[in-house]
Write a protein that binds this ligand. Structure first.
Ligand code: HEM
Length: 164
């Protein structure tokens, strides 16, 4: 039995959704994730800065700064991660590109290091800095650079999050 035209499979039509990469978690087309990631990036680098200042000066002011910055970095990292994950799961063209999942894996590793870097400081911010706190801060800063660079690659190289 022959198929009628409307019963034919059209691969172009079927895969049209894969071309759709426009951000949906956005305000007037501007992705929330891109707005939010500035906070964990800046706060993670601030934790490293505060740890280095404490190592250099021994002033107990810096571990308290580092503790609060580590809390903010983790909290805002999770908030940014939630918007990114929603985007990843909802938009077919983002979900279907392997680069998006690479960014997700990098980000989840980063968020776990950020969480640990905050948790070890609770109640004993000064004792936590040397050496473990500083080591976690260096690791978090390195992962932030890689994850942030890779996020930019998603947008500027693969047009993920943009309107085609
Ligand atoms: C936890 C899961 C995460 C997922 C699933 C995710 C997903 C995404 C997606 C889909 C984009 C493309 C733009 C868009 O659609 O909004 C993006 C961009 C980006 N992401 Fe993430 N992300 C996550 C966490 C993070 C974290 C923690 C950082 C912080 C280092 C980060 C840094 C970036 C940057 C810098 C961009 C480029 C923004 C731009 O220039 O427009 N992401 N991410």
């Amino acid at each position: 039995m022959t198929k009628r035209p409307h019963e034919l499979n059209d691969p172009v039509e079927e895969n049209r959704a894969l071309q759709e990469t426009e951000s949906r978690i956005a305000i007037a087309g501007h992705p929330l994730h891109a707005m939010l990631v500035a906070f964990p990036i800046a706060l993670t680098l601030s934790v490293l800065g505060a740890d280095l200042f404490y190592w250099w000066t021994g002033d107990p002011f810096w571990p308290r700064v580092a503790g609060w910055a580590a809390f903010g970095a983790f909290l805002m990292g999770v908030v940014a991660g939630v918007t990114g994950t929603a985007e990843l799961l909802i938009v077919p063209g983002i979900r279907n590109r392997s680069a998006s999942w690479t960014h997700f894996i990098l980000a989840v590793m980063l968020l776990s290091v950020m969480g640990a870097n905050w948790a070890i400081r609770i109640g004993a911010p000064e004792a936590a800095v040397l050496p473990l706190g500083l080591m976690l801060s260096v690791l978090a800063a390195g992962l932030t650079v890689v994850t942030g660079w890779h996020g930019g690659k998603l947008v500027f190289d693969y047009q993920i999050g943009t309107r085609r």
